[in-house]
Design a protein around this ligand. Structure first.
Ligand SMILES: Nc1ncnc2c1ncn2[C@@H]1O[C@H](COP(=O)(O)OP(=O)(O)OP(=O)(O)O)[C@@H](O)[C@H]1O
Length: 623
């Protein structure tokens, strides 16, 4: 490795105009460091890691990008496993918002700035791959003493830009090593990998953001059309360009023989202006036709292979727009069908003052949903939660209905407003309504029917305006049959029932884990990463305690993690104990269990304490 002194001398010579054998991007960056940022090569500065709070802000702003980029990062990380590479995803300000590296080297990586929160803008860190890439918008290798600051001359870093669909540089993907061979050419493969991953992230971003548009993928060779196209362009229902990947921009600029254009110059332009097709031709470029036949020609004669993906919604047949969910209800699920139904119904119901009953197992999120319904209302007022199972029976009446002055001995002489009155103008959430004593059920019925409450010992009833949301993990219809719940109250409460699926049946468990980790990160002001095995164990568990159990398991895991890295060791032991339900996960044991129950799905469901649909679904999955 070069000496610090000779490195400084070389930079000074370049600053004075000497010709350098180094690559042009390196020389240009050195000159920027000297002339624009006034950095001094003789002053070495350690890598800078932004404070926790700042990092949280950066991560929140890049949340969508991190989510979309994750699978690209994971695939790349697996490709380079065992080679001591580190992956950094930085935002447009050069702050590392996502990171993957071998935790064995955590301390060294953190010290070198190859870590979550490190800032690699050129003005702060001097010549570095992320910084140079942010300035030039081009992939770049900054190898060892290409770095400006002598603190970083041991590193090799290779970065590629990620552009958003409107052509703005939104992130940089970097692959780095603490130690590497001396020859810069050793990093060519890294350059190729990082550039193709950036291209894939751009494509995933385009697909996510333009669900209602056509997407035209372009490639120079038919084999790569569907798996790894060079470019993609989004088109609206009239064939106008709405967005593109950076490769898409390149293809358009080349096909117009026009350099010096920007992505924005193409936005809104009809595709027919650039290629020999218009919107009506797109169906013939859809899958099902041999790739070799799917050719389009640019106006300048350039021929490319094209594949079209139709919009999720058919733009040709006008459909009523899907009503947008109120914000509070939007974050309840990540695409689980049963939950989406609950969310859509809850959105409609929250606009009216209809009593809502939420049914669901313990910890399945009943109160969470009740609060979201409350928060979705235009004038929510206050949210008053009453757990009918937690208040002693002799207190529940005065707690709920309040009492008049001197109502009974030992009472507050001024009387007391009850929780029902407290909730007036807002939402009264009656949790575990099935535990409400029968006598009080009829008084509650009167409140609901007549919109008035009569405090204990009061002569006159007082008017109230309430939105009542009740919840129970018990089957209220069963309680009615057993005479433990009033039928008339049941009918009034269950006009609108929302049934929450248990966690073990939810298909968006992975998303929920992400949400909960995000919440814990906010609480603790620390970032966490879940490794592959820990994630797999969490996904395989049957979660008898539902979301509460999952949230607690993640809280414990976060507390036990080292440097925010959550591994199998950090998970609570009971996750690994084989319960009856989980035992029936694998093919053999599920079939055995079923045959022990005389092939009766209902009997097996009863035995395992799950829904019949759960068994049917697992059988289907195993088949
Ligand atoms: N959609 C969700 N996203 C993230 N966290 C959630 C969600 N739903 C519930 N939670 C969390 O899960 C935990 C349990 O939720 P909640 O208390 O609402 O369940 P519950 O069904 O009312 O439980 P119980 O009936 O046993 O009191 C809480 O910590 C809550 O914040």
């Amino acid at each position: 490795m070069v000496s610090t002194l000779s490195h400084i001398r070389e930079i000074e010579r370049v600053g004075m105009g000497a010709v350098s054998p180094r690559d042009a991007p390196v020389v240009q960056s050195w000159l920027r460091c000297l002339n624009d940022y006034k950095l001094d090569p003789t002053i070495a500065q350690e890598a800078y890691i932004v404070p926790e709070l700042k990092l949280r802000e950066h991560r929140e702003q890049a949340e969508e990008l991190i989510r979309i980029g994750r699978s690209g990062l994971e695939t790349l990380f697996n490709q380079i496993a065992e080679q001591n590479y580190v992956l950094l995803l930085s935002d447009a300000r050069g702050v590392t918002v996502d990171f993957m590296g071998d935790p064995t080297f955590d301390n060294q990586l953190r010290r070198a700035g190859l870590y979550l929160g490190s800032e690699w803008s050129e003005s702060r860190a001097g010549t570095c791959a992320v910084g140079a890439c942010l300035v030039s918008g081009e992939p770049v290798i900054i190898h060892q003493d290409d770095h400006f600051d002598t603190s970083h001359i041991g590193l090799t870093c290779t970065a590629a830009p990620v552009f958003d669909t409107l052509g703005d540089l939104t992130a940089v993907l970097d692959i780095s090593q603490l130690r590497s061979p001396t020859a810069k050419a050793s990093q060519q493969l890294a350059l190729h990998l990082v550039a193709s991953t950036a291209r894939r992230i751009e494509l995933a971003n385009l697909m996510t953001r333009t669900r209602n548009d056509w997407v035209l993928r372009l490639a120079r060779s038919p084999e790569f059309l569907d798996v790894d196209p060079d470019a993609a362009i989004a088109l609206d229902g009239s064939g106008r360009i709405t967005g593109m990947t950076h490769g898409g921009f390149g293809a358009l600029a080349r096909s117009m023989n026009l350099l010096g254009l920007s992505t924005r110059d193409f936005l809104g332009q009809p595709i027919s202006q650039v290629f020999d097709i218009d919107i009506d031709d797109l169906p013939r470029f859809m899958r099902g036709r041999p790739n070799g036949e799917r050719l389009i020609q640019a106006r300048n004669g350039l021929v490319l292979f094209a594949s079209a993906i139709a919009p999720a919604v058919n733009l040709r047949t006008p459909v009523a727009p899907e009503p947008r969910l109120p914000r509070a209800l939007r974050d309840l699920s990540g695409g689980d069908v049963a939950m989406e139904r609950v969310q859509a119904r809850a959105a409609k119901l929250s606009a009216r003052d209809i009593p809502i009953l939420i049914q669901g197992e313990t910890g399945s999120g009943k109160e969470f949903l009740a609060r979201a319904i409350h928060d979705s209302c235009a004038n929510p007022g206050s949210f008053v939660a009453v757990n009918c199972a937690a208040i002693p029976e002799h207190l529940i009446e005065s707690e709920l209905f309040g009492y008049a002055p001197g109502a009974f001995t030992g009472a507050n002489p001024k009387g007391k407003r009850g929780l029902i009155e407290e909730a007036s103008g807002g939402t009264l959430f009656l949790d575990e309504i099935g535990d409400m004593p029968l006598a009080l059920q009829s008084r509650l019925l009167r409140v609901l029917a007549e919109n008035e409450v009569q405090p204990v010992g009061a002569l006159k009833a007082r008017p109230v305006r309430l939105r009542v949301v009740s919840a129970s993990h018990r089957d209220l219809a069963e309680l009615v049959k057993e005479g433990r719940f009033r039928q008339d109250l049941y009918y009034r409460l269950n006009a609108a029932t929302l049934s929450l699926p248990p966690l073990r049946d939810r298909t968006d468990l992975d998303w929920l884990i992400g949400q909960l980790i995000g919440r814990i990160e906010k609480e603790n002001g620390e970032a966490y990463r879940l490794d592959k095995d820990a994630r797999a164990a969490l996904l395989a568990h049957a979660w008898p305690g539902n979301l509460r159990e999952l949230a607690n398991a993640l809280r414990v895991a976060a507390a036990l993690s080292d440097g925010g890295h959550i591994t199998l060791d950090c998970l609570p032991d009971h996750i690994f104990t084989v319960s009856a339900t989980t035992a029936a996960h694998d093919d053999g044991s599920l079939r055995r269990a079923l045959s022990e129950c005389g092939d009766n799905v209902s009997a097996l469901a009863r035995k395992l304490g799950v829904n019949r649909s759960t068994i049917h679904r697992r059988l289907k999955r195993l088949n």
